[in-house]
Design a protein around this ligand. Structure first.
Ligand code: MN
Length: 204
């Protein structure tokens, strides 16, 4: 009946220690296999009682979130957002492919002046989030780029924006290794941005 439900945890495209020494294996293990998995499980649980929405894709659930009944909308906002944001985050890191290129590099230069200015703005956005949330590089319907800050697990899709790069700054994404030093984690994240994945998301 359904192509999507029940949703499954997407595998990460590298071994659990594949981002060492920038992002440590213990953090990836906990973050992906426990936190990300929990969002998948809770999204499925939320949809159990709503068969009429079980054939919606995750992207449609988040994009058309205001069409959902109130109770389901609140759950999809938290857990659907949590699944999709983490899908973008984990697939958006790699060792290798760490140089921006192609049409995304051109668009970043046009919008932010240079790649260094872009990185600086992304760092500041991520460092400035109070509490739990994300800094995202997003594009709007006209392909215009911007950096946004979100709280909790709100998906950019619910604001009509497509996430290109997701930088998770929930404490679970860095506290084991970096403790309170969020800025150090952000610097390390920027070193492992998978720019091929970002380009694919920009062009899609
Ligand atoms: Mn997270």
């Amino acid at each position: 009946m359904s192509k999507n439900y029940k949703f499954k945890l997407k595998e990460i495209p590298y071994p659990i220690d594949g981002l060492e020494p920038y992002i440590d294996a213990a953090t990836i293990d906990l973050h992906h296999n426990k936190h990300h998995q929990a969002y998948v499980d809770n999204l499925n649980k939320a949809l159990d009682n709503y068969p009429e929405y079980q054939d919606w894709s995750l992207e449609k659930l988040l994009t058309d979130i205001n069409e959902l009944p109130d109770k389901l909308r609140i759950e999809v906002e938290k857990h659907g957002g949590g699944v999709h944001n983490h899908d973008v985050y984990f697939a958006g890191m790699s060792i290798g492919n760490n140089e921006p290129k192609g049409k995304l590099l051109e668009a970043i230069n046009e919008e932010f002046g240079s790649i260094d200015e872009f990185k600086d703005k992304l760092k500041k956005a991520a460092a400035g989030i109070f509490g739990s949330g994300y800094a995202f590089l997003v594009k709007d319907k006209d392909n215009k780029l911007s950096i946004i800050q979100t709280s909790n697990q709100h998906s950019p899709l619910s604001f009509g924006l497509t996430p290109i790069i997701a930088l998770d700054v929930w404490e679970h994404s860095y506290y084991l290794k970096f403790q309170n030093k969020r800025a150090d984690y952000i610097d390390n994240f920027i070193k492992v941005i998978n720019w091929d994945a970002a380009l694919d998301r920009y062009l899609a």
